[in-house]
Each structure stands twice: as structure tokens, then as C-alpha cells.
Write a protein that binds this ligand. Structure first.
Ligand code: DP6
Length: 357
């Protein structure tokens, strides 16, 4: 299968439709960092799909008499022209695969379940929710589209909006990138790790410690660019593939010592890439490091398998089994909340993927 598989037919008669989908954020365990055009990650990645951190998007598809595609984007009811350039390039990239869109004008209204300024990236959940709405229209036009095709193409389209968004369509664990052990995996779309998953991971907890709620000094998109000509890029891509192969085994065995070792290595390698880019940059903050040290001390003292991961920012994701919820939450409240901006953190857990609402 290649990209041409996803090119749909066109139609002459537009059908009006309003549809609304909710899509979750995700947290990568093996990180994607570095990409080529168009939006093709340089290495495989694997993530937990989250449950409470979601974007809900409603799209109204109206027949467009001018026969040139147009859209308006509202965030929480307010027209947001500043989002247009990012959405414009998304629609330009996907137009080829959904030629029927030329007959429509879209009114897109989106909102997030997580607070406005929380430093949580919303591009994954936002692009995934929008892609589900687009696929709902495609299914309306072409009812023969199977469920498997629907989800695959939604992930394919979402990837063209934001690389990590490909992994926000399904749950509870998703994998992007062709690799040898997982035969069904693909470079075109992400797929669910599904029924091979060890039961400890099906309700894994993620508490997001909001160390810095402001916007990041360097965006992910800029960070990805800096992997071109990066002195350690090739070794990093090899490391990610090796870590992914190790993690695929752990996802089935439930070996939490190995899980912790891979996940924390991945988080620190991601940030090491940032620190060794040209120009270099640091997104962690002093409180990020204080939390990491406290997590290590806690794990040593209690033997509770609590670990951390980081996305491209200062916030810390704490990962732990559901069975340790009580002790970990007491530890967070008593010892880690002090390092969070306004003492804030968000509880989340592994979830099942996008749904129609
Ligand atoms: C560190 O998907 O946000 O979270 O494709 O440019 O939109 P774009 O970047 P994005 O990058 C994600 C980076 C990451 C790792 C990951 O989610 O795999």
C-alpha cells in the first residue's frame, strides 16, 4: 500500500452535514523527533492514548456555490484567523486525497477539555478530531468505506496535520512506523497495539505536572527542523527503533523495570537532542529536574514503579499502574505539587481513542 491508496473519488452533488468528534491527546513513550516532507516522521513511535485530555470539534459542511474550498475556524466560539495558516497548509496537503472537499465551505468549531494555558500541546487531539469529522463526511459520500479504512485514513490525514496526531485516533496504545516485529505497522498511518497488550497497561495512569503553563520558546515544528544536519540525528533514529523493538516486547510482557528504563531513556534522549541542536535550546526548567530527582528517590525508597516522561516542554508526565494510584497521588500532593505552577496538575489515564459525540 502507498499514499495513492488514500485518494478518494470526487462527487458532483454536495451533501450538507454537521458532525462532531472528540479526539484525545497522547503521550509518546518512544518519541518522534525529526521529519521529512510531507510530515513524514524519521523514526517509529509508540504512545499511550489519553482519556480526559481531549479536543472536541464540530464541522459544518455546507455546499459552496463558488466551487472553491473555504473554511472558517472558531476556538470556543470565537473566530480565530491566526489559526488559518496552519489549517490552510493542512487542507492543502490533504486536498489531493479528498478532492470532494472542493465543493464545500466548512465552519469548524473546536474546544479543549484541558485549560487554555496549561502548556499542553493540542495539535495532536485537534488534528485527530478534525480528521475524524472529515472522514465522517467521506463515509457519508461513500458509504461503502469500511470501519478499518475509516480509521486508517483518519490517521493518515491527521499525520499530515501533525505527526503525533496520527496516534490520537485509536487506543489504548498506538504505534506509528513500519517495523519488523509488528507486521501490521505502517509508515502511512498509526495502528492500535490492540489485544496483545498486557493488562497492566490498559488502565495505566498519567498525571501531568504543570511546571510551566506558558507557551514554549521553541515549537515542536522548529525542533523537528533542527534534526536536519544534527550531529547525532542518525544515531537517535537508530536508538528510537531499537527502543521501540524493546518496548513492543514489554507491552506484551508487562515487565515494568524494562518499561521504566526505556521510557525514561526516551524522554532524556529527546531533550538531549534539543540541547545539542544548532542553535541549542533547553525546554526543561529547574522544577522539571527537581521532580525527576524526587521520582527517582521515591522509586528507590518504595519500589513503586513510578516513572516520568516529557514531551517537548517543561511539564512532566508521571506514569504508574492503576494499582499504585493511592500512594502515588499522596506523594504528588505532598511532595511534587510544590514544583507546579500554581500547584496545578491534571489526572489522566490510558483511553480508547476518538469518538463521535
Ligand atoms: C516530542 O507532532 O507536535 O511530542 O508534526 O510538527 O506537528 P508536528 O510535531 P508534533 O511533534 C511531537 C513531538 C513529541 C514526540 C511525540 O509525540 O512523538
Amino acid at each position: 500500500m502507498d499514499e495513492t491508496h488514500f485518494i478518494s473519488s470526487t462527487t458532483n452533488s454536495p451533501v450538507p452535514l454537521t458532525t462532531r468528534w472528540e479526539a484525545p491527546s497522547n503521550i509518546a513513550l518512544v518519541k518522534y523527533w525529526g521529519k521529512t516532507d510531507p510530515q513524514l516522521p524519521k523514526n517509529s513511535s509508540l504512545s499511550f492514548t489519553l482519556s480526559s485530555s481531549v479536543t472536541t470539534t464540530e464541522v459544518e459542511f455546507k455546499a459552496n456555490n463558488k466551487k472553491t474550498f473555504e473554511f472558517e475556524f472558531y476556538f470556543e466560539g470565537v473566530l480565530k484567523p491566526d489559526f488559518h495558516p496552519k489549517l490552510n497548509s493542512f487542507f492543502k496537503r490533504i486536498h489531493h486525497y479528498i478532492p470532494w472537499i472542493a465543493l464545500y465551505s466548512l465552519k469548524i468549531n473546536s474546544h479543549n477539555s484541558f485549560p487554555h494555558s496549561s502548556g499542553i500541546a493540542s495539535s495532536a487531539s485537534a488534528m485527530a478530531a478534525l480528521s475524524m469529522c472529515i472522514m465522517d463526511m467521506e463515509k457519508t459520500l461513500f458509504p461503502e468505506t469500511t470501519a478499518a479504512e475509516f480509521y486508517r485514513k483518519a490517521s493518515f490525514l491527521a499525520r499530515l496535520g501533525s505527526g503525533s496526531a496520527a496516534r490520537s485516533i485509536e487506543g489504548p496504545v498506538t504505534l506509528w512506523g513500519k517495523n519488523t516485529p509488528q507486521e501490521s505497522s505502517s509508515d502511512l498511518y498509526a495502528s492500535s497495539f490492540g489485544n496483545q497488550l498486557h493488562s497492566v497497561f490498559t488502565a495505566y495512569q498519567d498525571t501531568i505536572l504543570l511546571v510551566d503553563k506558558g507557551s514554549k520558546a521553541v515549537s515542536s515544528t522548529q525542533g523537528h527542523q533542527l534534526m536536519h544536519n544534527h550531529p547525532f540525528a542518525e544515531q537517535r533514529f537508530v536508538q528510537a527503533e531499537t527502543n521501540l523493538e524493546r518496548l513492543l516486547v514489554v507491552m506484551q510482557s508487562g515487565n515494568l523495570d524494562e518499561f521504566i528504563s526505556i521510557v525514561e531513556t526516551e524522554a532524556l534522549s529527546l531533550h538531549a537532542m534539543m540541547m545539542t541542536s544548532n542553535p541549542y535550546f533547553i525546554l526543561m526548567q529547574p522544577n522539571t529536574l527537581k521532580i525527576i530527582q524526587k521520582v527517582w528517590d521515591f522509586r528507590k525508597q518504595t519500589q513503586i514503579p513510578l516513572c516520568f516522561t516529557l514531551d517537548a516542554g517543561a511539564n512532566v508526565h508521571l506514569l504508574y499502574p492503576q494499582s499504585n494510584k493511592k500512594e502515588v497521588r499522596t506523594f504528588i500532593a505532598d511532595h511534587l505539587a510544590v514544583y507546579c505552577e500554581q500547584g496545578q496538575y491534571l489526572f489522566d489515564e490510558v483511553g480508547s481513542g476518538a469518538k463521535k459525540v
